[in-house]
Design a protein around this ligand. Sequence first.
Ligand code: NAP
Length: 438
Amino acid sequence: MRHIAIIGSGPAGYYTAEAVQKQWGDDVHVDVFDRLPVPYGLIRTGVAPDHQSIKAVSNRYEKTALTENVRFVGNVSIGSDVSIDELCDLYDAVVLATGAPNDRALGLPGESLKNVFGSAEFVGWYNGHPQFAALAPDLSGKSAAVIGMGNVALDVARILSKTEAEFTGSDIVGHALSALTASGIQQVTIVGRRGPYQVAMTPKELGELAHLERASPRVDPEDLPDEAEDAILEPGLRKSVTHLRSFAAIPASIHSDAEIEIHFDLFASPVAMHGSGKVRSVEVERTVVEAGRAVGTGETYQIPADLVVTCIGYRTSPIPGVPFDERMGRFANDEGRILTGLYCVGWARRGPTGTIGTNRPDGYSVVEKIGEDIDSGKLGRADKQGRAGFDALAMERALDIVTFRDWKKIEEAEAAAARDGSPREKFVDIAAMIRTLG
Ligand code: NAP
């Protein structure tokens, strides 16, 4: 019997569990750990609440979770409740699928002013992540700046712009829906340090901005190169640029009629945030793009911002004793291998890039590596206790473990508490989740 521990129950974790099962069938036990009592990681707390179809991928993870040889071990923090060394002693292989839950900082003056948030915090707030549920951003001002030109920036800009009715069918948490409904924001500026050919936003997500009830997207036509140049772009980027062109063609009268304008401020690199106590503006430097890089021109100006959300990427949480690549913000690894018996997968391996589906081949490839290491005799000591050993440790430490069956009870209670048309009202604190279990 093989014993595999996977730390993290998001897409990377469950695709890895699926791959382990395919590889060893009934001859393996997989324990999928999570520090929260609920599974699915970013599917629950990262994917936008108005993108329910994307969240449906959790049905696939549930199939894996419900098989005999895979079990969910929730409400256990690896590093504090149990150490990595202890897990490595118990299991043949330990796979870190812990994602990249921390915001990268811009490192600019004024970044610590009130109402400046990283996207992990802000997205966690509207998605009901227990760590960020109490964030209480002040949405009473007129202007918001969203820094970054990726899909997370788009999610944040869209969520800030939707009407209450547009959240029907979403699972946005009640506290965020109330705050957004009462929001005074009229101007959302998406700040990009490079130009339209360098956007990281994908076409489908960008196109959604054209269909918002009360918001209109604005791109300055002079920021767009001659249309003939689009021919050199790869098809996805070309489609995104086509959306930007269509936003640039929206007449000014539409913008002035809209309650909210979403302005793409391109070629603008943030240099500081200003305000007294609370943020009031973002100072940016006009850039030109040379050989793909943003180069400052020395010209600066202020973008009004009563709220700032930086959407510039994430870092993995280091674990004491596990080699870490500080510059890249992820575990130091060679194609998923960290140390003998210790692996990483997903964002913890490659950094915060790619779609949910990218984690599938990642999971399969790390399991291939584990297989090679078992075959070559590096792993697979006969004295590994696996699950039984962990259970003994958990009992000794009186850990309050949440099982998959427990999660189904939490899920049921969340569905029962849902607003009309919404799939669930999430519990936003761990104690409330545990109380549901009686
Ligand atoms: P991302 O796609 O890497 O975008 C990060 C953005 O931040 C880039 O535009 C980058 O600009 C900018 N940036 C970085 N450092 C900066 C700085 N110092 N100053 C100004 N701008 C800076 O990351 P993300 O939006 O966080 O998304 C993470 C991953 O999740 C991506 O793969 C994304 O596609 C995926 N995702 C997908 C969906 C979806 O499919 N619906 C939704 C959300 C997220 P430069 O390019 O100039 O560095």
